[in-house]
Write a protein that binds this ligand. Structure first.
Ligand SMILES: Cc1cc2nc3c(=O)[nH]c(=O)nc-3n(C[C@H](O)[C@H](O)[C@H](O)COP(=O)(O)O)c2cc1C
Length: 326
């Protein structure tokens, strides 16, 4: 049978399926279940920068200036079951003793202020790598796109300057020039990119006339946006690219690998189909490789990358063919 092993952020994975950051990976038991179900690695549920700052600061005055009052009230509320930074460190410690697959910690951040010490603690607790989930919502009309980009780069250089574990950046697709951003993130120390995150989007309850939240699951068509950017960036950046978003089966994973990804993250499909779906996906990936005589992922990974220099013209041609017709 084909060897599904792959290397991601310098970590050896038995297969390319990484369970994405979510409630599936919030507890030690959850991580053990993922490992037993056959995950190649897991990304733990994210800690929010605001949670870390609140937990580690003596005073909340500074936080009050930089945080929405609703967020501060939410974080200050004393809810014993809430998963906080200290719980997260416990999960890293215990889970890395309990399973042999790599445990990737995750921080959701929009700045590098006052939380970097926590990254060091994650490393000391046994995290194999750190995933930074960064999304800056640009709402200031005076802020130039370069200034927004710089926030991402400052976070990455600050974190990578403080820890020795590999750091990956999980991006949303809403970046003006993804190719330049990728290059700059790598120059700032990122060892991998996760393309893409699926952002929380607000909704409105029209009966109550109020804003409501909640996370929805992705659909299988959503992988195609990530596919384009994996194909464009995997060869040029020289770091690991992890395909993410809308990967619901082995076929989508194969596409990501052909486009040059070294691993993929799966979340929604596991929530819908349960963890047993990991076995289905690894079996289907192995069957696809066996049929073609591919013994290792490296023999076909990146066979369908795109050259960014000709990509714009290529994409324009495909676009025209699709819309104008034969
Ligand atoms: C219930 C739920 C919770 C999530 N929590 C986090 C989180 O804490 N941190 C994070 O970076 N992503 C989080 N995500 C996003 C997933 O990790 C993933 O990037 C996204 O769902 C796209 O992948 P998918 O199409 O396989 O679901 C969450 C997603 C879901 C559905």
């Amino acid at each position: 049978m084909a060897n599904l092993g792959t290397s991601y952020l310098g970590l050896e994975l038995d297969n390319p399926f990484i369970v994405g950051s979510s409630s599936l990976t919030r507890t030690v038991e959850g991580v053990v279940d993922c490992a037993e179900a056959g995950a190649g690695a897991v990304v733990l549920k994210s800690m929010f920068e605001e949670q870390i700052r609140l937990d580690y600061s003596d005073t909340t005055d500074a936080l009050a200036d930089s945080m929405h009052p609703e967020a501060l009230a939410y974080l200050r509320a004393d809810i014993p079951t809430r998963y906080g930074p200290r719980d997260c460190l416990e999960v890293v410690k215990k889970a890395s003793d309990a399973v042999s697959i790599p445990i990737i910690a995750s921080v959701n951040c929009t700045s590098h202020h006052s939380w970097i010490e926590f990254a060091k603690q994650l490393e000391a607790a046994g995290a194999a790598a750190l995933e930074l989930n960064i999304y800056v919502l640009p709402t200031d009309p005076e802020q130039k796109s370069g200034q927004v980009d710089q926030i991402y780069l400052d976070i990455v250089s600050m974190v990578t300057g403080q820890v020795s574990m590999p750091v990956a950046v999980k991006l949303a697709p809403y970046i003006t020039n993804m190719t330049r951003m990728g290059k700059k993130l790598v120059e700032s120390g990122a060892q991998g990119l996760v393309l893409f995150n699926r952002l929380f989007s607000p909704d409105i309850d029209i009966e109550k006339e109020e804003v409501r939240g909640g996370i929805s699951l992705s659909g299988p068509q959503e992988h195609r946006m990530a596919l384009r950017w994996v194909a464009l960036l995997s060869e040029t950046l020289g770091v690991d690219i992890c395909g993410s978003r809308g990967i619901h089966d082995a076929d989508a994973a194969v596409k990501m690998l052909l486009a040059g990804a070294t691993a993929v993250q799966v979340t929604s499909t596991l929530m819908k189909n349960k963890l047993g779906h990991l076995k289905t996906m690894t079996t289907d990936l192995a069957a696809w490789m066996d049929e073609r005589g591919y013994e290792e992922i490296g023999t076909f990974k990146g066979n369908l990358t795109e050259d960014p220099e000709s990509a714009e013209l290529f994409q324009r041609a495909q676009y025209m063919k699709a819309f104008v017709g034969p």
